[in-house]
Design a protein around this ligand. Structure first.
Ligand code: HMG
Ligand code: MG
Length: 311
């Protein structure tokens, strides 16, 4: 299998990255972040979640965020939609893609969306049908594909089963998500190959949280089996409110640095993403978790200190 020469990066920082923040992030900050990411050249940004505000208060301003961002033609702005109420909110807000999110683990499904896997598929069915009817792109996300914080091991067959059900619902793209970042490259390849036996490989994505520091290796392992879509979060922000201790997604800056270094195109301006990562880290008062972001910011600061003063 040859490596892809183009990779689509789905920037999930504004949603996965911010959803776990305890203090409310002002809507203006979310909008400014998405606008900076748009300018950096992403073709897909996960911008909001239309979930219960009691479950995830940080995402309650999704409609406002979507109304105020400056959209770029060619960029899809996605939103999470666990049920019809979420779907209606997302469509009213002009989402280009809706995301139904299930799990390969029964225990996580209960904790995250308060129902069994089978019940979740039944809830997703009308969302999927409505998305198809309205011509809106439909993505399916499968949490705990590499392990579960409650149940531990997750059999590959459980992942494959949900991939099949999401395919039957008509998903255009399916995310294999390592919610708690426990996967390692060999297992990741096994899961990706098994998923690809059920669904087109070029529409499967890798969504890796970096809790155990395995995410970049897992991306490389996925590239080796032909996966060419990855999710990443600017400055490595984030975590899942229903997966305690899970850290953010792999940092977008680190993924871009690796891919560009390998000669793989993304169409994204790394330096612009580093500046966006610096902006959001300062705005929410968090250390920047991107190694590449920190390295480049330090290098730029040193270069500007060394520059002769203007006279
Ligand atoms: P429930 O309590 O079983 O739902 O929650 P319900 O239908 O009984 O409704 C309860 C209340 O929520 C009602 O309000 C509904 O109106 C309201 P009340 O009558 O009590 O005032 N409600 C809603 N409000 C706004 N938008 C909606 C909505 N639906 C119901 N869409 C539910 C079920 C799915 C709603 C809930 O469990 C929920 O919102 N869960 C979301 C959890 C979440 O957002 N988790 C993080 C995102 S997933 C993730 O991060 C993983 C991912 O990154 C991949 C990975 O890394 O693994 C994608
Ligand atoms: Mg996630």
């Amino acid at each position: 299998m040859t490596m892809p020469n183009y990779v689509k990066i789905v920037e999930v920082g504004p949603r996965d990255g911010l959803q776990n923040e305890k203090a409310m992030v002002p809507t203006d900050v979310k909008v400014a972040l998405i606008n900076q990411l748009t300018d950096a050249g992403f073709v897909n940004i996960e911008a909001a979640s239309f979930v219960s505000p009691k479950w995830v208060p940080q995402m309650a301003d999704g409609a406002d965020v979507m109304a105020r961002i400056q959209r770029r033609a060619g960029t899809l702005y996605s939103a999470l939609t666990p049920n019809m109420k979420g779907f209606e909110g997302a469509i009213a807000a002009g989402a280009d893609e809706v995301v139904i999110f299930g799990a390969a683990s029964e225990a996580f499904s209960q904790k995250n969306i308060n129902c069994s896997i089978a019940e979740s598929i039944a809830r997703f069915a009308p969302v999927a049908a409505a998305a198809k009817e309205q011509g809106v792109r439909l993505r399916g996300s499968i949490s705990c594909a590499l392990g579960c914080p409650y149940q531990g091991e997750v059999p590959v067959s459980s992942v494959v089963d949900v991939v099949r059900r999401m395919r039957e619902l008509g998903c255009d793209e399916i995310d294999i998500a390592d919610t708690i970042g426990v996967g390692t490259p060999g297992r990741v390849q096994e899961v990706m190959r098994a998923a690809a036996a059920e669904f087109a490989l070029d529409r499967i994505s890798g969504h890796f949280h970096d809790t155990y520091g395995q995410a970049l290796s897992n991306i490389l392992a996925s590239l080796e089996v032909g996966v060419a879509i990855f999710h990443a979060s600017v400055a490595g922000l984030g975590g899942c409110p229903y997966a305690k201790g899970a850290t953010g997604n792999v940092a977008t800056e680190d993924v871009l640095y690796m891919l560009h270094g390998m000669g793989i195109h993304t169409g994204i301006d790394l330096e612009a993403v580093v500046r966006a990562g610096d902006y959001i880290s300062q705005a929410i008062g968090r250390a920047n978790s991107s190694r590449v972001g920190r390295a480049l910011l330090t290098k730029w600061a040193a270069a500007s200190d060394a520059a002769p003063a203007c006279v």
